[in-house]
Design a protein around this ligand. Sequence first.
Ligand code: CTP
Length: 412
Amino acid sequence: MDAGPTTLRPRVVLGVCGGIAAYKAVEVCRRLVDAGVHVTPVLTDDAIRFVGEVTFSALASEPVQRSLWDESSPIPHTALGQGADLVVVVPATAHTIARYAAGLSDDLLTATLLATRAPVLVCPAMHTEMWEHPSVRDNLATLERRGVDIVPPESGRLAGGDSGEGRLADPGVIVDRVLERLGRAGRPDLLGARVVVSAGGTREALDPVRFITNRSSGKQGHAIAVAAARRGADVTLVTSSPLALPPDVATAVRRIDVESAADMEHAVGAAADGADVVVMAAAVADFRPKRPAGRKLSKEEGIPELVLEPTPDILAGLAARRPPGQLLVGFAAETPDALERGRRKLARKGVDLLVVNDVSAPGTGFDHDTNAVVILGADGSTTEVPLTSKDAVANAVLDRVIAHHNEKRSTT
Ligand code: CTP
Protein backbone atom coordinates (compact mmCIF):
# COMPACT_ATOMS: atom_id res chain seq x y z
CA MET A 1 0.00 0.00 0.00
CA ASP A 2 1.15 3.53 -0.72
CA ALA A 3 2.24 5.01 2.58
CA GLY A 4 1.28 8.52 1.45
CA PRO A 5 3.19 11.64 0.61
CA THR A 6 4.86 12.08 3.99
CA THR A 7 6.88 8.90 3.71
CA LEU A 8 7.20 8.21 -0.01
CA ARG A 9 8.64 10.15 -2.89
CA PRO A 10 5.91 12.57 -4.00
CA ARG A 11 4.20 11.51 -7.20
CA VAL A 12 3.48 14.15 -9.79
CA VAL A 13 1.53 13.66 -13.01
CA LEU A 14 3.01 16.00 -15.62
CA GLY A 15 0.37 16.70 -18.28
CA VAL A 16 1.74 18.04 -21.56
CA CYS A 17 -0.49 19.60 -24.25
CA GLY A 18 0.17 20.43 -27.88
CA GLY A 19 1.84 23.81 -27.98
CA ILE A 20 5.29 24.99 -28.97
CA ALA A 21 6.14 25.44 -25.26
CA ALA A 22 5.91 21.64 -24.86
CA TYR A 23 9.69 21.55 -25.22
CA LYS A 24 9.99 23.48 -21.95
CA ALA A 25 8.00 20.74 -20.19
CA VAL A 26 11.03 18.52 -20.81
CA GLU A 27 13.08 20.82 -18.56
CA VAL A 28 10.34 20.85 -15.92
CA CYS A 29 10.29 17.05 -16.00
CA ARG A 30 14.07 16.76 -15.58
CA ARG A 31 14.25 19.27 -12.75
CA LEU A 32 11.42 17.64 -10.82
CA VAL A 33 13.08 14.23 -11.11
CA ASP A 34 16.36 15.81 -9.92
CA ALA A 35 14.48 17.22 -6.91
CA GLY A 36 13.43 13.70 -5.89
CA VAL A 37 9.93 13.75 -7.36
CA HIS A 38 8.43 10.70 -9.08
CA VAL A 39 7.17 12.07 -12.41
CA THR A 40 4.61 10.32 -14.65
CA PRO A 41 4.29 12.14 -18.00
CA VAL A 42 0.86 12.14 -19.64
CA LEU A 43 0.96 13.54 -23.17
CA THR A 44 -1.98 14.52 -25.34
CA ASP A 45 -1.96 13.39 -28.96
CA ASP A 46 -1.14 16.95 -30.03
CA ALA A 47 1.79 17.17 -27.58
CA ILE A 48 3.45 14.31 -29.49
CA ARG A 49 3.47 16.55 -32.60
CA PHE A 50 5.81 18.92 -30.75
CA VAL A 51 8.00 16.71 -28.54
CA GLY A 52 8.97 13.07 -28.91
CA GLU A 53 7.54 10.58 -26.47
CA VAL A 54 11.00 9.03 -26.09
CA THR A 55 12.41 12.27 -24.68
CA PHE A 56 9.97 12.25 -21.76
CA SER A 57 10.19 8.50 -21.24
CA ALA A 58 13.98 8.79 -20.95
CA LEU A 59 13.91 11.62 -18.42
CA ALA A 60 10.82 10.86 -16.34
CA SER A 61 10.43 8.25 -13.60
CA GLU A 62 8.30 6.03 -15.83
CA PRO A 63 7.30 5.85 -19.51
CA VAL A 64 4.87 8.28 -21.09
CA GLN A 65 1.18 7.44 -20.80
CA ARG A 66 -1.13 8.60 -23.57
CA SER A 67 -4.22 6.49 -23.84
CA LEU A 68 -7.38 5.77 -21.87
CA TRP A 69 -7.35 2.41 -23.55
CA ASP A 70 -3.99 1.11 -22.41
CA GLU A 71 -4.20 -2.68 -22.13
CA SER A 72 -1.97 -2.88 -19.05
CA SER A 73 -4.44 -0.95 -16.90
CA PRO A 74 -8.22 -1.05 -17.32
CA ILE A 75 -8.72 2.37 -15.70
CA PRO A 76 -5.45 4.33 -16.05
CA HIS A 77 -7.03 7.74 -15.37
CA THR A 78 -8.34 6.80 -11.93
CA ALA A 79 -5.08 5.04 -11.05
CA LEU A 80 -3.10 8.13 -12.08
CA GLY A 81 -5.51 10.61 -10.51
CA GLN A 82 -5.79 8.78 -7.20
CA GLY A 83 -2.08 8.04 -6.92
CA ALA A 84 -0.92 11.59 -7.64
CA ASP A 85 0.16 14.03 -4.93
CA LEU A 86 -0.11 16.78 -7.54
CA VAL A 87 -1.01 17.21 -11.22
CA VAL A 88 0.67 19.95 -13.25
CA VAL A 89 -0.19 20.83 -16.86
CA VAL A 90 2.71 22.32 -18.84
CA PRO A 91 1.85 23.93 -21.20
CA ALA A 92 -1.93 24.17 -20.88
CA THR A 93 -3.47 25.15 -24.22
CA ALA A 94 -6.74 27.13 -24.57
CA HIS A 95 -8.33 23.89 -25.81
CA THR A 96 -7.36 21.78 -22.77
CA ILE A 97 -8.24 24.60 -20.36
CA ALA A 98 -11.70 24.73 -21.99
CA ARG A 99 -12.15 20.95 -21.80
CA TYR A 100 -11.08 20.91 -18.13
CA ALA A 101 -13.38 23.82 -17.23
CA ALA A 102 -16.30 22.16 -19.05
CA GLY A 103 -15.70 18.82 -17.30
CA LEU A 104 -14.94 16.97 -20.52
CA SER A 105 -12.86 13.83 -20.20
CA ASP A 106 -12.18 12.71 -23.74
CA ASP A 107 -8.50 11.80 -23.28
CA LEU A 108 -6.22 10.46 -20.55
CA LEU A 109 -5.08 13.91 -19.36
CA THR A 110 -8.54 15.45 -18.96
CA ALA A 111 -9.89 12.22 -17.42
CA THR A 112 -7.01 12.26 -14.92
CA LEU A 113 -7.71 15.91 -14.10
CA LEU A 114 -11.32 15.02 -13.28
CA ALA A 115 -10.37 11.86 -11.37
CA THR A 116 -7.88 13.48 -9.00
CA ARG A 117 -8.37 15.11 -5.63
CA ALA A 118 -4.74 16.23 -5.54
CA PRO A 119 -3.77 19.88 -6.05
CA VAL A 120 -3.70 20.87 -9.73
CA LEU A 121 -1.41 23.47 -11.28
CA VAL A 122 -2.22 24.79 -14.74
CA CYS A 123 0.51 26.64 -16.66
CA PRO A 124 -1.08 28.26 -19.72
CA ALA A 125 0.87 29.19 -22.85
CA MET A 126 -0.69 30.63 -26.02
CA HIS A 127 -0.71 33.63 -28.31
CA THR A 128 -1.60 36.97 -26.70
CA GLU A 129 -4.92 37.22 -28.57
CA MET A 130 -6.00 33.81 -27.27
CA TRP A 131 -4.73 34.53 -23.75
CA GLU A 132 -6.78 37.73 -23.66
CA HIS A 133 -9.90 36.14 -25.15
CA PRO A 134 -12.91 36.33 -22.76
CA SER A 135 -13.64 32.62 -23.10
CA VAL A 136 -10.11 31.69 -21.99
CA ARG A 137 -10.38 34.21 -19.14
CA ASP A 138 -13.75 32.82 -18.07
CA ASN A 139 -12.50 29.23 -18.17
CA LEU A 140 -9.45 30.11 -16.07
CA ALA A 141 -11.64 32.00 -13.59
CA THR A 142 -13.85 28.90 -13.32
CA LEU A 143 -10.83 26.70 -12.64
CA GLU A 144 -9.44 29.15 -10.08
CA ARG A 145 -12.78 29.25 -8.32
CA ARG A 146 -12.59 25.45 -8.05
CA GLY A 147 -9.18 25.65 -6.36
CA VAL A 148 -6.91 25.11 -9.38
CA ASP A 149 -3.62 27.01 -9.11
CA ILE A 150 -2.81 29.00 -12.27
CA VAL A 151 0.83 29.82 -13.02
CA PRO A 152 0.35 32.82 -15.32
CA PRO A 153 2.32 33.18 -18.51
CA GLU A 154 4.98 35.84 -19.00
CA SER A 155 5.45 38.48 -21.65
CA GLY A 156 8.04 37.72 -24.28
CA ARG A 157 8.76 36.13 -27.61
CA LEU A 158 6.07 33.82 -28.91
CA ALA A 159 6.00 31.27 -31.70
CA GLY A 160 6.19 32.72 -35.22
CA GLY A 161 8.27 35.74 -34.13
CA ASP A 162 5.40 37.52 -32.32
CA SER A 163 5.91 39.06 -28.95
CA GLY A 164 3.51 39.67 -26.06
CA GLU A 165 1.83 38.11 -23.07
CA GLY A 166 1.24 34.37 -23.28
CA ARG A 167 4.73 32.85 -23.11
CA LEU A 168 4.92 29.90 -20.73
CA ALA A 169 6.21 30.78 -17.23
CA ASP A 170 9.90 30.00 -16.74
CA PRO A 171 10.46 26.26 -15.99
CA GLY A 172 12.26 27.24 -12.75
CA VAL A 173 9.19 29.17 -11.58
CA ILE A 174 6.95 26.19 -12.40
CA VAL A 175 9.23 23.73 -10.56
CA ASP A 176 9.34 26.00 -7.48
CA ARG A 177 5.55 26.25 -7.45
CA VAL A 178 5.21 22.46 -7.71
CA LEU A 179 7.66 21.89 -4.84
CA GLU A 180 5.98 24.58 -2.79
CA ARG A 181 2.54 23.00 -3.32
CA LEU A 182 3.94 19.56 -2.45
CA GLY A 183 5.28 21.14 0.74
CA ARG A 184 1.81 22.25 1.66
CA ALA A 185 0.55 18.75 0.93
CA GLY A 186 3.25 17.18 3.16
CA ARG A 187 6.58 17.30 1.37
CA PRO A 188 8.94 14.46 2.35
CA ASP A 189 11.55 15.73 4.78
CA LEU A 190 14.58 14.31 2.95
CA LEU A 191 13.48 15.44 -0.50
CA GLY A 192 16.54 15.91 -2.69
CA ALA A 193 19.07 15.01 0.06
CA ARG A 194 21.88 12.78 -1.20
CA VAL A 195 22.29 9.92 1.26
CA VAL A 196 24.88 7.13 1.12
CA VAL A 197 24.31 4.04 3.27
CA SER A 198 26.63 1.07 3.72
CA ALA A 199 25.26 -2.26 4.92
CA GLY A 200 26.14 -5.88 5.58
CA GLY A 201 29.18 -7.76 6.81
CA THR A 202 32.14 -7.68 4.45
CA ARG A 203 33.70 -10.93 3.22
CA GLU A 204 37.47 -11.20 3.24
CA ALA A 205 38.89 -13.87 0.96
CA LEU A 206 41.18 -16.65 2.19
CA ASP A 207 41.25 -18.18 -1.26
CA PRO A 208 38.85 -18.07 -4.26
CA VAL A 209 36.26 -20.24 -2.44
CA ARG A 210 36.62 -19.36 1.25
CA PHE A 211 36.24 -16.17 3.18
CA ILE A 212 36.07 -14.73 6.70
CA THR A 213 32.98 -12.76 7.56
CA ASN A 214 30.77 -11.77 10.54
CA ARG A 215 27.19 -12.23 11.65
CA SER A 216 25.77 -9.01 10.21
CA SER A 217 22.71 -9.57 7.97
CA GLY A 218 22.55 -6.05 6.53
CA LYS A 219 18.90 -5.68 7.65
CA GLN A 220 19.42 -2.49 9.64
CA GLY A 221 21.47 -0.78 6.90
CA HIS A 222 18.95 -1.77 4.24
CA ALA A 223 16.11 -0.47 6.44
CA ILE A 224 17.87 2.91 6.63
CA ALA A 225 18.34 3.06 2.84
CA VAL A 226 14.67 2.16 2.29
CA ALA A 227 13.40 4.67 4.87
CA ALA A 228 15.59 7.43 3.40
CA ALA A 229 14.29 6.72 -0.12
CA ARG A 230 10.69 6.74 1.14
CA ARG A 231 11.36 10.11 2.76
CA GLY A 232 12.44 11.50 -0.59
CA ALA A 233 16.25 11.17 -0.44
CA ASP A 234 18.44 10.26 -3.39
CA VAL A 235 19.96 7.07 -1.95
CA THR A 236 23.08 5.08 -2.81
CA LEU A 237 23.29 1.77 -0.96
CA VAL A 238 26.70 0.07 -0.85
CA THR A 239 25.99 -3.39 0.45
CA SER A 240 27.57 -6.77 0.99
CA SER A 241 24.18 -8.26 1.94
CA PRO A 242 22.16 -10.35 -0.54
CA LEU A 243 18.86 -8.99 0.84
CA ALA A 244 16.43 -7.69 -1.81
CA LEU A 245 14.95 -4.21 -1.58
CA PRO A 246 11.16 -3.79 -1.45
CA PRO A 247 9.61 -3.17 -4.89
CA ASP A 248 8.50 0.43 -4.19
CA VAL A 249 12.10 1.60 -3.74
CA ALA A 250 14.04 -1.02 -5.72
CA THR A 251 14.44 1.21 -8.75
CA ALA A 252 14.81 4.44 -6.76
CA VAL A 253 17.82 3.26 -4.72
CA ARG A 254 21.20 3.12 -6.48
CA ARG A 255 22.52 -0.22 -5.26
CA ILE A 256 26.21 -1.16 -5.40
CA ASP A 257 26.98 -4.73 -4.34
CA VAL A 258 30.42 -5.29 -2.82
CA GLU A 259 32.29 -8.10 -1.07
CA SER A 260 35.34 -6.97 0.84
CA ALA A 261 36.32 -4.00 3.01
CA ALA A 262 38.55 -2.81 0.15
CA ASP A 263 35.62 -2.91 -2.32
CA MET A 264 33.43 -1.12 0.19
CA GLU A 265 36.05 1.56 0.84
CA HIS A 266 36.30 2.21 -2.89
CA ALA A 267 32.52 2.32 -3.52
CA VAL A 268 31.62 4.34 -0.42
CA GLY A 269 34.50 6.77 -1.05
CA ALA A 270 33.29 7.47 -4.60
CA ALA A 271 29.63 7.77 -3.56
CA ALA A 272 30.42 10.00 -0.58
CA ASP A 273 31.81 12.77 -2.80
CA GLY A 274 28.93 15.21 -2.98
CA ALA A 275 26.75 13.34 -0.46
CA ASP A 276 24.89 15.26 2.24
CA VAL A 277 24.75 12.31 4.64
CA VAL A 278 26.82 9.12 4.91
CA VAL A 279 25.58 6.34 7.17
CA MET A 280 28.13 3.57 7.82
CA ALA A 281 25.88 0.78 9.02
CA ALA A 282 28.11 -1.91 7.49
CA ALA A 283 29.94 -4.36 9.73
CA VAL A 284 33.29 -3.86 8.05
CA ALA A 285 35.81 -6.59 8.87
CA ASP A 286 38.62 -5.21 11.01
CA PHE A 287 41.12 -7.83 9.82
CA ARG A 288 41.63 -9.71 6.59
CA PRO A 289 43.99 -12.46 5.43
CA LYS A 290 47.26 -10.78 4.56
CA ARG A 291 48.00 -12.98 1.57
CA PRO A 292 44.83 -14.56 0.15
CA ALA A 293 45.72 -17.55 -2.02
CA GLY A 294 45.16 -17.13 -5.75
CA ARG A 295 43.93 -20.75 -6.02
CA LYS A 296 41.91 -23.02 -3.78
CA LEU A 297 43.97 -24.21 -0.82
CA SER A 298 44.15 -27.98 -0.50
CA LYS A 299 44.39 -30.15 2.62
CA GLU A 300 47.24 -31.96 0.92
CA GLU A 301 49.37 -28.86 1.48
CA GLY A 302 48.62 -28.97 5.23
CA ILE A 303 46.69 -26.48 7.37
CA PRO A 304 47.48 -22.94 6.17
CA GLU A 305 48.78 -20.43 8.64
CA LEU A 306 46.34 -17.56 8.96
CA VAL A 307 48.21 -14.25 8.91
CA LEU A 308 45.90 -11.25 9.24
CA GLU A 309 46.36 -7.57 8.54
CA PRO A 310 44.10 -4.63 9.46
CA THR A 311 41.59 -3.33 6.93
CA PRO A 312 41.28 0.39 6.22
CA ASP A 313 38.98 2.24 8.63
CA ILE A 314 36.51 3.56 6.08
CA LEU A 315 34.59 5.76 8.51
CA ALA A 316 37.70 7.42 9.93
CA GLY A 317 38.90 8.02 6.34
CA LEU A 318 35.59 9.68 5.46
CA ALA A 319 35.74 11.85 8.60
CA ALA A 320 39.27 13.00 7.73
CA ARG A 321 38.34 14.25 4.27
CA ARG A 322 34.68 15.12 4.52
CA PRO A 323 33.39 18.16 2.65
CA PRO A 324 31.90 21.00 4.72
CA GLY A 325 28.32 20.34 5.78
CA GLN A 326 28.43 16.58 5.22
CA LEU A 327 26.91 14.63 8.10
CA LEU A 328 28.55 11.36 9.15
CA VAL A 329 26.77 8.60 11.04
CA GLY A 330 28.60 5.58 12.44
CA PHE A 331 27.34 2.39 14.03
CA ALA A 332 28.85 0.54 16.95
CA ALA A 333 27.88 -3.01 17.71
CA GLU A 334 29.06 -3.49 21.27
CA THR A 335 28.67 -6.16 23.92
CA PRO A 336 29.65 -5.04 27.43
CA ASP A 337 29.67 -1.35 28.48
CA ALA A 338 27.99 -0.40 25.20
CA LEU A 339 27.37 3.27 26.01
CA GLU A 340 30.72 4.05 27.55
CA ARG A 341 32.56 2.43 24.66
CA GLY A 342 30.19 4.19 22.24
CA ARG A 343 31.04 7.64 23.57
CA ARG A 344 34.75 6.98 23.18
CA LYS A 345 34.19 5.65 19.66
CA LEU A 346 32.15 8.71 18.66
CA ALA A 347 35.08 10.98 19.52
CA ARG A 348 37.70 8.63 18.04
CA LYS A 349 35.88 8.28 14.72
CA GLY A 350 35.06 12.00 14.41
CA VAL A 351 31.41 11.39 13.48
CA ASP A 352 28.30 13.52 14.14
CA LEU A 353 26.12 10.66 15.31
CA LEU A 354 26.92 7.16 16.54
CA VAL A 355 24.20 4.52 16.71
CA VAL A 356 25.13 2.21 19.56
CA ASN A 357 23.74 -1.25 19.49
CA ASP A 358 24.15 -3.63 22.45
CA VAL A 359 24.10 -6.82 20.42
CA SER A 360 24.05 -9.02 23.51
CA ALA A 361 20.57 -7.72 24.57
CA PRO A 362 17.61 -9.98 23.65
CA GLY A 363 15.85 -9.20 20.32
CA THR A 364 18.58 -6.84 19.12
CA GLY A 365 21.42 -6.90 16.65
CA PHE A 366 22.42 -9.46 14.08
CA ASP A 367 19.75 -11.02 11.90
CA HIS A 368 16.81 -9.98 14.09
CA ASP A 369 13.95 -7.92 12.62
CA THR A 370 13.93 -5.85 15.79
CA ASN A 371 16.55 -3.67 17.39
CA ALA A 372 17.14 -1.32 20.32
CA VAL A 373 19.73 1.45 20.04
CA VAL A 374 21.03 4.58 21.65
CA ILE A 375 21.92 7.40 19.27
CA LEU A 376 24.79 9.49 20.60
CA GLY A 377 25.41 12.97 19.18
CA ALA A 378 28.70 14.84 19.00
CA ASP A 379 26.74 17.67 20.66
CA GLY A 380 26.37 15.49 23.78
CA SER A 381 22.80 14.39 22.98
CA THR A 382 21.56 10.88 23.81
CA THR A 383 18.45 9.45 22.15
CA GLU A 384 17.20 6.08 23.33
CA VAL A 385 15.21 3.93 20.91
CA PRO A 386 13.76 1.01 22.89
CA LEU A 387 13.14 -2.40 21.31
CA THR A 388 11.19 -1.90 18.06
CA SER A 389 11.31 -2.87 14.37
CA LYS A 390 14.46 -2.15 12.38
CA ASP A 391 12.29 0.08 10.15
CA ALA A 392 11.32 2.21 13.16
CA VAL A 393 14.97 2.38 14.25
CA ALA A 394 15.86 3.50 10.71
CA ASN A 395 13.33 6.34 10.89
CA ALA A 396 14.53 7.33 14.37
CA VAL A 397 18.11 7.56 13.03
CA LEU A 398 16.90 9.70 10.10
CA ASP A 399 14.91 11.93 12.49
CA ARG A 400 18.15 12.54 14.42
CA VAL A 401 20.02 13.21 11.16
CA ILE A 402 17.51 15.91 10.22
CA ALA A 403 17.47 17.41 13.74
CA HIS A 404 21.28 17.46 13.86
CA HIS A 405 21.47 19.05 10.42
CA ASN A 406 18.98 21.76 11.43
CA GLU A 407 20.83 22.46 14.71
CA LYS A 408 24.14 22.75 12.85
CA ARG A 409 22.62 25.07 10.29
CA SER A 410 21.12 27.35 12.94
CA THR A 411 24.47 27.67 14.74
CA THR A 412 26.56 28.44 11.63
N1 CTP B 1 34.07 0.86 10.27
C1 CTP B 1 34.69 1.23 9.10
N2 CTP B 1 35.80 0.59 8.69
C2 CTP B 1 36.33 -0.43 9.41
C3 CTP B 1 35.71 -0.82 10.62
C4 CTP B 1 34.57 -0.16 11.01
O1 CTP B 1 34.21 2.17 8.45
N3 CTP B 1 37.40 -1.04 8.97
C5 CTP B 1 32.86 1.60 10.69
C6 CTP B 1 31.61 0.77 10.85
O2 CTP B 1 30.87 0.75 9.65
C7 CTP B 1 30.87 1.46 11.95
C8 CTP B 1 31.97 2.07 12.80
O3 CTP B 1 33.14 2.11 11.97
O4 CTP B 1 30.07 2.52 11.47
C9 CTP B 1 32.29 1.34 14.04
O5 CTP B 1 32.62 0.01 13.77
P1 CTP B 1 33.15 -0.94 14.91
O6 CTP B 1 33.51 -2.25 14.30
O7 CTP B 1 32.19 -0.94 16.05
O8 CTP B 1 34.43 -0.13 15.40
P2 CTP B 1 35.94 -0.40 15.24
O9 CTP B 1 36.55 0.77 14.57
O10 CTP B 1 36.16 -1.70 14.59
O11 CTP B 1 36.43 -0.40 16.74
P3 CTP B 1 36.60 -1.61 17.79
O12 CTP B 1 37.05 -2.81 17.01
O13 CTP B 1 37.61 -1.10 18.71
O14 CTP B 1 35.27 -1.79 18.44
